[in-house]
Design a binder for this molecule. Structure first.
Ligand SMILES: C[S@@+](CC[C@H](N)C(=O)[O-])C[C@H]1O[C@@H](n2cnc3c(N)ncnc32)[C@H](O)[C@@H]1O
Length: 291
């Protein structure tokens, strides 16, 4: 698919402009999203008119693309959503996104969604053992939770999100994928939900929100039974020659040390590049609480 997107971008914009944009196109269901932090004044050499021409061509050449939007801002607020400008096709932000055979109803303007976490969703699902109790502290529309419920055999996946739109989408997606009774949705701040309802309830905790992962690490540990695995997602800046995975592992080890819990780093991987020298890294850490 990326080759097709690149070819269309090159034909519409020429190789120089296309180079800056083709890898920023995401397909979510039947919606194409072109990500740009800059639409006014042609920052990075691209104007709104360039995006419109590209969008019209995408809608014309790709029959499954019904609507094209420009993501005109970075992720914003606690909800991690973007501002969108309509470019071509239907003026609609709702779609059904299919990943690993699961179906997710989402509104791209109200709920965080990216196909770029697809491998990470299935990677974590494959680690979940039979009968495990999982807490997903930042569940969004329920992608990790529902894919875990469909592909592994957990006893329960407690799934928290503070955004009411994400919570409603998650409730609907649980029903759509027939995982009621396994994925349990909660609306609220993960810290409060854990302290009020999920102390010691988990063998595994997911923290897929880099902006809060270290601040909320104590609550992930609070959610664990006596021991278990925490998946911590971090944004890590790494200079030339520096390994972002080693830095991220050090950050998690430091957070564990401050809490007085034993930690063993099982694995660290770069999930994706999110800026110049800035990486999203996941650290899988085994944590043991003091007896
Ligand atoms: C990066 S998105 C999650 C992505 C999702 N797990 C996925 O794979 O698609 C982070 C989510 O955390 C939620 N969030 C932000 N602050 C929160 C908090 N304090 N407690 C619970 N959820 C929160 C946001 O609403 C957002 O849906």
């Amino acid at each position: 698919m990326s080759r097709v997107l690149r070819r269309i971008a090159e034909e519409v914009l020429g190789p120089e402009k296309a180079r800056r944009v083709w890898s920023r196109i995401d397909l979510v269901g039947d919606i194409a999203i072109i990500k740009s932090p800059a639409i006014h004044g042609g920052v990075e050499g691209l104007t709104l008119e360039d995006f419109r021409r590209l969008a019209e061509e995408l809608a014309r050449r790709l029959p499954y693309v019904k609507s094209v939007w420009l993501a005109a801002s970075p992720m914003m607020g606690a909800e991690r959503v973007r501002e969108f400008v309509h470019l071509a096709g239907e003026r609609r932000t709702e779609t059904v996104y299919v990943e690993h055979g699961c179906r997710f109803k989402v509104d791209i303007a109200r709920v965080f969604i990216t196909p770029r976490l697809s491998f990470e969703h299935i990677r974590v699902a494959r680690l979940v053992g039979e009968g495990e109790r999982v807490v997903n502290m930042f569940a969004g529309a329920g992608l990790f939770s529902i894919i875990i419920a469909c592909k592994a055999k957990p006893r329960v996946v407690h799934s928290i999100d503070v955004n009411p739109h994400a919570y409603r989408a998650m409730v609907e997606n649980i029903r759509l994928n027939k995982v009621e009774g396994i994925v349990i949705p909660y609306l609220g701040d993960a810290k409060e939900v854990v302290l009020e309802k999920l102390r010691g309830a988990a063998d595994r905790v997911l923290m897929p929100l880099p902006e809060l992962a270290l601040d909320y690490f104590p609550y992930a540990v609070e959610a664990l039974d006596s021991r278990g695995v925490v998946h911590v997602y971090l944004h890590v800046r790494a200079g030339r020659g520096e390994d972002p995975r080693a830095r991220a592992a050090g950050m998690v080890a430091g957070a564990a040390e401050r809490l007085g819990v034993r930690v063993k780093i099982l694995h660290a991987r770069v999930v994706r590049k999110v800026g110049p020298r800035l990486f999203q890294v996941v650290v899988d850490a085994h944590v043991e609480k003091p007896g």
